[in-house]
Design a protein around this ligand. Structure first.
Ligand SMILES: *[C@@H]1O[C@H](CO)[C@@H](O)[C@H](O)[C@H]1NC(C)=O
Ligand SMILES: *[C@@H]1O[C@H](CO)[C@@H](O)[C@H](O)[C@H]1NC(C)=O
Ligand SMILES: *[C@@H]1O[C@H](CO)[C@@H](O)[C@H](O)[C@H]1NC(C)=O
Ligand SMILES: *[C@@H]1O[C@H](CO)[C@@H](O)[C@H](O)[C@H]1NC(C)=O
Ligand SMILES: *[C@@H]1O[C@H](CO)[C@@H](O)[C@H](O)[C@H]1NC(C)=O
Ligand SMILES: *[C@@H]1O[C@H](CO)[C@@H](O)[C@H](O)[C@H]1NC(C)=O
Length: 349
């Protein structure tokens, strides 16, 4: 009996020490490479009035004591860096917490990083460091609503696990790198809107098989929409408005069965409105206003059950507006000298 409980005691001791050992490993302190990278990031922040980096003190463990940092407990490697420029105070009011400075290339050394959120800091300037392309474990990158300059580094194309890529509302210029989207088969959100990006949309866009939201509006993009875009079956919203895109709307768009919102206003598209748009059963919003489209409005489109918002104003469309069940205001058809019939004036013949 005593012998037996001694055995149990020994077994218990072994288990306890295993768990204890595991416990020690769980509290792995900040990896020196990552601490160095974060301190270099802090060094290049010239103004931090809200003290977002206030407790980033070298002598303290970055994994446990620095705000906005989360580590993998078994390695001490940083997996999340989250210092966005908006917070919610005790009375649920939105508070802006801007920072000024530039992005450190040392951030590329955070090799286990899965989430990088430095959005809405307003005053982050300078380029997106090429070294960020080393972050191949990144799932989410938010750098929107800053003042970042220069062009999108082609090294970003190595981030094959990305699900969210937001660079919107910055001052980025130059072309979208040719192969940027080649490996981004997991990307769901692509937000590049409100920059000064130029050049054409690379055909590699057709590789983003998981993408649901494509925001490229308010840029200087030119050239045609690559027909490879038809590969993207899951896209809900395709917003290309306010660019300088040209050429025909590709008929491959009929394969984008997930489309709910198509926003192509203020571009330079020519040719006809593809009748195949009527195949998109979930389409709710179609804005083709302010382009150079010609021909008739295809019959099927205006009668789609789902379509709630429609705008083809300021094109070069002609002919009789086809009969339609739903009321669309005249302003949706305005500025097409050749169009006639309700809600515009009756046709002459
Ligand atoms: C981290 O990155 C910087 C710049 O990219 C580099 O100079 C430095 O040697 C890297 N390594 C370590 C361990 O900090
Ligand atoms: C951004 O930086 C500029 C110049 O350094 C400064 O004048 C401005 O106050 C800063 N804005 C914010 C919101 O910190
Ligand atoms: C884009 O460039 C134009 C002209 O260079 C400039 O006026 C505008 O502010 C820029 N827009 C952004 C979002 O940087
Ligand atoms: C629009 O793109 C065309 C070429 O497709 C170019 O000739 C024209 O200058 C561009 N316009 C603007 C406003 O960028
Ligand atoms: C539209 O394209 C034509 C021909 O490429 C070009 O001359 C014109 O400047 C473009 N319009 C705009 C608003 O960019
Ligand atoms: C249709 O587009 C034109 C030009 O962009 C705009 O002025 C008008 O308000 C839009 N109509 C509706 C109903 O939104």
């Amino acid at each position: 009996m005593t012998n037996c409980s001694t055995k149990y005691l020994i077994v218990l001791l072994i288990f306890t020490s295993i768990f204890f050992g595991f416990g020690i490993r769980q509290s792995q302190a900040c990896h020196p490479t990552d601490r160095e990278a974060l301190l270099d990031f802090k060094r290049r922040i010239t103004s931090d009035p809200s003290k977002l980096l206030g407790n980033w003190i070298p002598s303290k463990d970055c994994c446990r004591l620095w705000d906005g940092i989360e580590c993998d407990p078994s390695t001490g490697r940083v997996i999340k860096l989250e210092r966005s420029g908006v917070s919610i105070d005790d009375s649920d009011v939105r508070v802006d917490t801007p920072m000024s400075g530039t992005l450190s290339p040392f951030l590329g050394n955070l090799s286990s990083l899965q989430l990088l959120n430095l959005a809405k800091l307003q005053n982050l300037t300078g380029p997106i460091p090429f070294e960020l392309g080393k972050l191949t474990n990144l799932r989410e990158m938010y750098l929107g609503a800053n003042s970042l300059e220069g062009s999108i580094p082609s090294s970003i194309e190595n981030m094959g696990l990305l699900q969210i890529l937001s660079l919107s509302q910055n001052h980025l210029v130059g072309p979208i790198p040719h192969d940027l989207f080649k490996k981004m088969t997991s990307l769901i959100y692509l937000f590049f809107n409100d920059n000064n990006l130029s050049g054409s949309i690379p055909p590699s866009i057709g590789n983003m098989k998981s993408v649901q939201y494509i925001y490229l509006f308010n840029n200087d993009l030119s050239g045609p929409i690559p027909s490879s875009i038809g590969n993207l079956r899951r896209v809900n919203t395709l917003n290309l408005g306010n660019n300088n895109l040209s050429g025909n709307i590709p008929t491959s768009i009929r394969n984008m069965m997930g489309l709910v919102n198509i926003i192509f206003n203020n571009n330079n598209f020519t040719g006809v409105i593809p009748s195949q748009l009527a195949n998109l059963r979930g389409l709710q919003y179609l804005d083709l206003s302010v382009n150079s489209l010609t021909g008739n409005i295809p019959e099927g489109i205006l009668n789609m059950e789902s379509l709630g918002q429609f705008n083809v104003s300021w094109n070069r469309l002609s002919g009789k507006i086809p009969p339609h069940k739903f009321d669309f205001p005249a302003s949706d058809f305005a500025g097409n000298t050749g169009l006639c019939g309700a809600p515009l004036a009756p046709c002459n013949n």
